[in-house]
Design a protein around this ligand. Structure first.
Ligand SMILES: Nc1ncnc2c1ncn2[C@@H]1O[C@H](COP(=O)(O)OP(=O)(O)OP(=O)(O)O)[C@@H](O)[C@H]1O
Ligand SMILES: [Mg+2]
Length: 306
């Protein structure tokens, strides 16, 4: 089981979008995926429709330090509905489950503040043998602010995924914020906790000089973060398809099986190199692992504005 935590020191940079789409693509690869919405604003909880809503969610997971079935809701994807490209090719069987955010602003944070073991409240819930046999991947979405909940989500990760948008303000805030976040967790590393490797993902690139310059600036800035952060080569372009997908409550590769699907495949392959060459069944290269994804560059332009 591999756990990703999607974290950023800034709001609105694409954490929830990446969480939902990486989760959805892994599911369509045939993996069993658990999403955890650890944001007090329950955006990931609302991204997909639900087939079954569990009576409990994040609060119980954190406060009991145990993941029980009554915390796990099930996502409903609209298989069989018209309008989704190649959805009939997808396998309806693999699981896409979610632990919903049910915490009122501040309440869980306050509870955690009283606990000496607050840093490990999520990791201890996930480190049970039973969970590892149920899920291949866990993806935790977080809020864009430091806090005990974010700390616990970071501590539970094998890999931190950190979206950053290529604009000056966002990049600056991001670099300072990331430095701070890493320093904060390195203090805990002195007590024997690991600091997960962070992979920065440049999200919402445009085909402009400014966007390209900011992307290189971000890549350079991370070279100085003591090897803790690497920027993945795949940048995710800005595309209407991401918003359309959120509206339709499906992963973006159901809406745009060409460019957005390619970007998400390449991102996933970089994050989990053993997946290289695997495709979702609705992808044109499915069954042809030697095919290459062409017509796609890290910062290239989306000609049809998708
Ligand atoms: N690559 C993209 N192209 C176009 N729109 C995008 C892209 N990524 C995200 N968006 C849009 O940007 C907005 C913010 O994204 P999202 O909600 O994922 O950010 P967030 O980091 O989770 O925000 P918050 O801090 O509020 O939780 C959403 O409307 C989303 O649809
Ligand atoms: Mg969000």
């Amino acid at each position: 089981m591999l756990t990703f935590t999607v974290v950023a020191p800034k709001g609105g940079v694409g954490k929830t979008t990446l969480s939902a789409n990486i989760g959805g693509l892994l599911r369509d690869f045939g993996f069993r995926v658990l999403l955890i919405d650890a944001d007090v604003q329950p955006s990931l909880s609302k991204y997909f429709d639900l087939a079954q809503v569990a009576p409990y969610g994040l609060t119980k997971l954190v406060s009991e330090g145990f993941l029980t079935p009554d915390c796990v809701s099930t996502v409903q994807l609209p298989f069989g509905e018209a309008g989704f490209k190649g959805a009939h090719l997808l396998n309806p069987t693999p699981a896409l489950d979610i632990v919903l955010s049910d915490t009122r602003e501040g309440k869980l944070q306050d509870w955690l503040a009283q606990r000496l073991d607050r840093l490990v409240r999520i990791s201890m819930a996930l480190n049970q043998d039973a969970i590892a046999t149920l899920y291949d991947f866990v993806i935790i979405d977080t809020q864009g602010a430091l806090g005990h909940l974010q700390d616990a989500a970071v501590n539970a990760a094998d890999i931190l995924i950190s979206p950053v948008t290529p604009d000056v303000l966002s990049a600056r805030e991001f670099i300072d914020g990331t430095r701070h976040l890493i320093a904060r967790h390195e203090e805990a590393a002195n007590m024997g906790f690991k600091v997960p490797a962070m992979k920065a993902v440049i999200n919402r690139t445009e085909n402009t000089r400014d966007s390209r310059e900011m992307s290189s600036l971000i890549r350079e800035a991370y070279l100085h973060l003591r090897g803790r952060v690497s920027t993945v080569q795949t940048a995710v372009h800005s595309a209407v398809a991401f918003r359309k997908a959120a509206t339709a409550k499906v992963p973006v590769h159901w809406i745009d099986p060409l460019r957005a699907a390619d970007a998400m495949h390449m991102l996933l392959w970089e994050l989990v190199p053993s997946l290289q060459g695997q495709y979702a069944p609705n992808h044109r290269n499915f069954g042809n692992p030697d095919a290459v994804l062409d017509g796609f560059g890290p910062d290239s332009h989306d000609p049809d504005g998708q």
